[in-house]
Design a protein around this ligand. Structure first.
Ligand SMILES: Nc1ncnc2c1ncn2[C@@H]1O[C@H](COP(=O)(O)OP(=O)(O)OP(=O)(O)O)[C@@H](O)[C@H]1O
Length: 251
């Protein structure tokens, strides 16, 4: 589904990603961990096509196409979804308006009819239950005045409605209380399917107690320096990152 080869990217002339290789198959969940500043968000943003990043080398192939040549909105319509580390507020645009516009844009792209307001309301009410968000959040400005946890739930609501193919969650678990963490994890688990893949950027093993990853990767200094199974996350929890960084530098 996704093949990243020798990906290099920089921000403001500063090299951040320095040769990422990663292959993700449909149905898989890959966790990406790593020290602060190692490039995890940069990788997520480059895949989603966020502006401000310059890819200087390497390729990204998504479902057989060169992902990097597509504008961000095209990537989104093709099923790439990024749940932001810091979800943005859009005052004056109601949550339900944005959700409906995005949902119908995705349907048009797939050659389907747009849904009307009533049918969409039915769908969205169904999905709010998955994330345990009160319906009043649908009528507020997007993320406007939402608490940190509510914003993260709202990201999962967007994901549940858009049903993307490649879901990238950038620290969606940070700042969540234990109940919200379970809600977010349930949202991810309810969307797991053989034709959908996840990249979970996280600092915490605890998310991975609820969402079992197929692969865990450690990103350090812009490279994946270690990959393993779920056991690697437990090892990191106990030992930190120093030993892997030292081994990578030595090798
Ligand atoms: N717009 C920018 N301008 C300058 N430097 C940037 C910019 N965006 C990212 N960087 C730098 O790129 C490096 C990688 O940042 P990134 O956010 O990808 O790391 P991260 O692994 O997600 O970190 P964290 O775990 O702290 O969220 C950092 O040193 C950061 O300061």
């Amino acid at each position: 589904m996704l093949r990243i080869e020798n990906l290099h990217a920089r921000v403001d002339d500063k090299p951040i990603l320095k040769g990422i290789d990663l292959t993700i198959k449909p149905g898989e969940v890959h966790a990406i961990m790593g020290p602060n500043g190692s490039g995890k968000s940069t990788l997520s943003n480059v895949l989603a096509g966020r502006s401000g990043y310059e890819v200087t080398e390497g390729t990204v192939t998504y479902r057989g196409r060169n992902l990097l040549e597509l504008p961000p909105e095209q990537r989104a319509r093709d099923g790439v979804f990024l749940a932001f580390q810091y979800p943005v507020e859009i005052p004056g645009v109601s949550n339900i308006y944005l959700l409906k516009a995005a949902y119908n844009a995705m349907r048009r792209h797939r050659g389907l009819n747009e849904v009307d307001a009533l049918d969409f309301l039915k769908l969205v009410k169904e999905k709010t239950k998955i994330v345990d968000l009160d319906e009043q959040f649908l009528y507020r400005g997007v993320n406007e005045g939402f608490s940190g946890g509510e914003k993260k739930r709202n990201e999962i609501l967007q994901m549940a409605i858009l049903e993307p193919t490649l879901c990238i969650l950038d620290e969606t678990d940070s700042g969540l209380d234990i109940d919200a963490l379970k809600v977010v994890a349930n949202g991810v688990n309810s969307l797991r399917s053989p034709d959908r893949a996840f990249i979970l950027v996280t600092h915490y093993q605890r998310l991975l107690d609820y969402v079992k990853p197929d692969h865990v990767h450690v990103l350090a200094h812009g490279r994946i320096v270690r990959s393993g199974d779920a056991g690697l996350a437990h090892e990191l929890e106990q030992k930190g990152y120093g030993w892997i960084e030292a081994a990578a530098a030595g090798g």
